[in-house]
Design a protein around this ligand. Structure first.
Ligand code: ADP
Ligand code: ADP
Length: 224
């Protein structure tokens, strides 16, 4: 069964339709790339699926429960416990060290500092940034920072990872390494990945592609 599924989503900003009957689903352990031209509705779809914004109509079910039927506080708690996020830029807290950044979702979940930092260290090792624990985000390269961000997303043991152009600010070599490590980590933990990208090279890491055009999502067979 699908872990996360959306049916017939519609969302309008003023008079601009961003989603116009979009449907989507992802299974545990599956990496789905959401592709399409700029302005087609990819980010809006991702933000709806992640419970960050509410669609005007349509349904989203996560683990058999309807997101829009949940009280806000419960949806926020779910987002914190079950979802991980990787964005293009600016997601690390600049005042914290890289280790503290990776440990942050666990700390917010009530895990004690020592245990949280132990888990954070393990994830930093897997993402090959274990030497950067004491550095601040401003002191590491773009590729290193994104690997720290992926480690942070995974440290909270998410069931779904939302990645919005996670390699958009990286050169191709660093981008490929981030994608390799992200998809490998997701497969190891059986997390689903919803990956928004406009780059075919990045989408090549997915199991399946969904193309969004004019606010409508269409499933395509992967052309590997
Ligand atoms: P994509 O991620 O594919 O570039 P978006 O989901 O960001 O597409 O945008 C879809 C459409 O909705 C675009 O026409 C965009 O300009 C519009 N849009 C997105 N977010 C907003 C917003 N917060 N306010 C007004 N219009 C928006
Ligand atoms: P934009 O597309 O507007 O440039 P992002 O894609 O980074 O920006 O973020 C879009 C939305 O997601 C924003 O409303 C932001 O508040 C929210 N957001 C960003 N990071 C997180 C996060 N880690 N958890 C939950 N929501 C987030």
């Amino acid at each position: 069964a699908s872990l996360l599924a959306a049916h017939d989503l519609r969302k309008t900003y003023g008079s601009t339709p961003a989603l116009d009957g979009a449907s989507f689903s992802v299974h545990p352990g599956e990496v789905v790339a959401v592709m399409g031209p700029s302005g087609s509705g990819k980010s809006t779809l991702l933000h709806c699926l992640a419970g960050i914004i509410t669609p005007d109509s349509g349904t989203i079910t996560y683990a058999g429960r309807e997101l829009s039927a949940m009280p806000d506080a419960e949806r926020s708690a779910l987002r914190r416990s079950d979802f991980g996020f990787v964005f293009q830029f600016g997601q690390l807290v600049p005042e914290l060290t890289c280790l503290e950044n990776v440990a942050l979702p666990l700390r917010l979940d009530g895990v004690k500092r020592k245990a949280a930092e132990r888990t954070a260290r393990e994830w930093m090792e897997r993402l090959e940034v274990d030497g950067l624990g004491a550095q601040r985000p401003g002191e590491v390269s773009g590729g290193q920072g994104q690997r720290v961000a992926v480690a942070r997303a995974l440290a909270g043991s998410p069931k779904v990872i939302f990645a919005d152009e996670p390699t958009g600010a990286l050169d191709s070599l660093n981008g490929e390494r981030v994608m390799e490590l992200l998809t490998q980590a997701a497969r190891t933990t059986n997390a689903a990945v919803v990956l928004v990208t406009h780059e075919a090279r990045v989408a090549a890491y997915s199991d399946r592609d969904v193309t969004v055009r004019d606010g409508r999502a269409r499933d395509l067979e992967h052309s590997a």
